[in-house]
Ligand binder design. Structure first.
Ligand code: URA
Length: 436
């Protein structure tokens, strides 16, 4: 078989066989197929799409390009969750310990932030000592002992995706449903969970900027999960405004800790409860959403979710003194509350703009590998639909540099738009997609 034949087959709109897909993925991962041929192939896939069967074969080939974790010896049934990425999305920090505290083991390998979208690994690394580089053996041992693991993705997991994703990033081939589905699901399948709740974001701060595109992606991932023998549910959720109030690593971690103590913003708390309930139902801990919700609420209010979080931090080498007293977490030196320029109803709170303002403050990265400042970020004080009074604090910037603070002030101010009359609030969720 020759790479050029596989490329031309897809270029001409053909359906690739399983053998062709495996040949291409294995050859590229080994380095036998060069970047320029893989780039041409990615563009052919981008332009001509893939059938469900091809997407499944691609996903499985990518998953099998590295280690496939088998968690059966560590826990009889494991749930995972995945968010397609957003601004202020700190859901995993609350939901993982909450579900684990309900007796449902959670094992999750998670990512770093890129562009306007934050990453759980960066948030956890605000805790001095917290290890996000557990080996697969350590991952399984902690799952067995504690029923919860939140760590970075192991280098041995789906190496084909690491190479292909880097190439997609520079060849304008990221926004392709079969390529996104195979990228996300290959990692999820390799990480070994039995059931996965997918939080598919839509809106200004999401990859999929319309509900229709998010639905297509969600449906494709759910179909693929079922074909691969996993239980998968997708929730399509809003990312037109940040989730919760805090955007920025240590600020988001503090907000998550406060939520585990039954504080935190109402939208974020509710979002966590819905995702946790889905995980509990998929894992068979609850037969319906009311039972699942009651279980989650009781586990939160008993302090068991917080206790589980604290145990996880300790097990992964984090200094629990910092989560017990979150004011000790990294703090920015300059904190400025910015007043509302007018009275009115908040009509828009552009999530991507706020995410980019935090990147410019140093809290995120423009390209992979850039260092980040965990202390900086933005706290928004209002949500779309709220009535705002002129000169009351609209948002607060946490910065370590006067020039960057001034730039963030302008950018975040411009991300807020107002109307004189009442504005409809944004929903948290649009749709649930399951393989009925
Ligand atoms: N997240 C991923 O892991 N891969 C994609 O292709 C898009 C989002």
């Amino acid at each position: 078989m020759h790479a050029i034949d596989v490329i031309s087959h897809k270029r001409d709109g053909g359906e690739l066989s399983q053998e062709e897909i495996e040949f291409f993925v294995q050859g590229y991962t080994r380095g036998d197929i060069p970047d320029y041929q893989a780039a041409a192939w990615l563009m052919a896939v981008y332009l001509n799409g893939m059938t469900d069967r091809e997407t499944t074969d691609l996903t499985l080939a990518m998953a099998h390009s590295g280690d496939m974790l088998d968690l059966k010896d560590s826990a009889p049934f494991v749930v995972d969750k995945h968010s397609t990425g957003g601004v202020g999305d700190k859901v995993s920090l609350v939901v993982a310990p909450l579900v684990a505290a309900c007796g449902m083991p959670v094992a999750k390998m998670t990512g770093r932030g890129l562009g306007f979208s934050g990453g759980t690994v960066d948030k956890l690394e605000s805790i001095p000592g917290y290890r996000t580089d557990l080996s697969e053996t350590e991952f399984e041992a902690q799952l067995r002992e504690l029923g919860i693991v939140l760590t970075g993705q192991s280098a041995e997991l789906a190496p084909a995706d690491r190479k292909l994703y880097a190439l997609r990033d520079v060849t304008a081939t990221v926004e392709s449903i079969p390529l996104i589905v195979s990228s996300i699901m290959s990692k999820k399948l390799a990480a070994g969970a039995d059931a996965i709740v997918l939080d598919v974001k839509t809106g200004s701060g999401a990859f999929m900027n319309t509900i229709e595109k998010a639905e297509k992606l969600a449906e494709a991932m759910v179909r693929l999960g079922s074909r691969a023998g996993k239980q998968v549910v997708a929730l399509i959720s809003d990312m037109n405004q940040p989730l919760g109030w805090a955007v920025g690593n240590a600020l988001e971690l503090r907000e998550a800790i406060s939520t585990l103590h039954e504080g935190g913003p109402a939208d974020f708390r509710e979002h966590c409860m819905v995702v946790a309930s889905e995980m509990l139902m998929l894992g068979g801990k609850a037969a319906d959403s009311n039972t699942a919700l009651t279980m989650a609420l009781e586990t939160m209010s008993s302090g068991a979710a917080w206790h589980k979080f604290r145990q996880m931090v300790e097990a992964q080498g984090g200094d629990v003194g910092y989560v017990d007293e979150p004011e000790r977490l990294p703090q920015a030196t300059l904190v400025e509350a910015v007043p509302a320029p007018r009275s009115g109803y908040l009509a828009g709170l552009n999530a991507a703009e706020i995410g980019m303002a935090v990147v410019e403050l140093g809290g995120g990265r423009e390209k992979k590998g850039d260092p980040i400042d965990h202390s900086v970020g933005v706290i928004v004080h209002y949500k779309v639909g709220d009535l705002v009074q002129k000169n009351t604090p609209l948002f607060t910037v946490h910065a370590n540099d006067e020039t960057k603070l001034a730039a963030a002030r302008e950018r975040v101010l411009a991300a807020h738009t107002f109307e004189s009359g009442p504005v409809q609030r944004l929903p948290l969720f649009y749709r649930r997609v399951a393989d009925e």
